[in-house]
Design a protein around this ligand. Structure first.
Ligand SMILES: [Zn+2]
Length: 221
């Protein structure tokens, strides 16, 4: 029977195991198995690509074309935030130049993260500009992307741009910073750590650590 070569999904093995003695049910079991595997099958995730064919465009220097962007990237993550599953969308213009292609445009992505003050989950949407030069046989140490002359893949460019634009120290809302902008201005992580130090020094030692200071571990001070 053709149906006996079941797909290698775990579901089909389970069903075969349960129903192997029963011929009447084995056909329904193989149907169920194949339906199962098509649902479960979100297999070996292919890395996303945005392949643009540029061979026609490159027939004439200065020729331009607009291209829509829509891609769901693998999760990009930095200290304070990460990308949402929502697709990155936008629009770019590609143009033929000598030995290559320039690309510029803008994309919008969504991110989620942890508020640096209250630690609640937060998120937002951000639009960023992207730009890249693709050149045939570009030297390895150059700033431009190498390509074969016919096709460019925009995913690495979009990925890098998104990862670099993720907020490192997000806030859930501006007033989560507290009503006093002198004490809690928008700042980098390092500045914020320094400000916390100043604040701690003003308030004196944290009472939770009082027992530690009683131990007097630091000699000679
Ligand atoms: Zn907050």
């Amino acid at each position: 029977m053709a149906g006996s070569t079941n797909g290698p999904s775990a579901a089909s093995f389970d069903l075969d195991g349960q129903l192997s003695n029963n011929d009447a049910n084995s056909e329904t079991s193989s149907v169920a198995a194949s339906e199962d595997s098509s649902v479960v099958e979100a297999p070996a995730h292919k890395p996303p690509r945005i392949i643009l064919n540029v061979r026609d465009l490159r027939r004439r220097l200065g020729q331009r074309r607009e291209e829509p962007i829509e891609v769901t990237l693998a999760t990009q993550k930095v200290i304070g935030s990460w990308t949402d599953d929502y697709p990155v969308t936008g629009q770019v213009v590609i143009e033929s130049i000598e030995r290559g292609i320039t690309m510029f445009g803008a994309v919008t992505f969504r991110w989620r993260g942890e508020c640096r003050r209250c630690l609640e989950e937060t998120g937002g949407e951000q639009q960023i500009e992207i730009a890249e030069i693709f050149q045939v046989r570009s030297p390895e140490d150059s700033e431009v992307s190498d390509f074969d002359g016919d096709q460019i893949d925009l995913v690495p460019v979009v990925c890098d741009a998104v990862a670099l634009s993720l907020p490192l120290a997000p806030l859930c809302r501006n007033d989560c910073a507290g009503p006093d902008p002198d004490r809690y201005p928008a700042m980098t992580i390092q500045q914020s750590e320094e400000a916390k130090e100043v604040e701690r020094a003003k308030q004196g030692p944290d009472p939770r650590w009082a027992a530690l200071s009683d131990l007097n571990l630091t000699e000679g001070d």
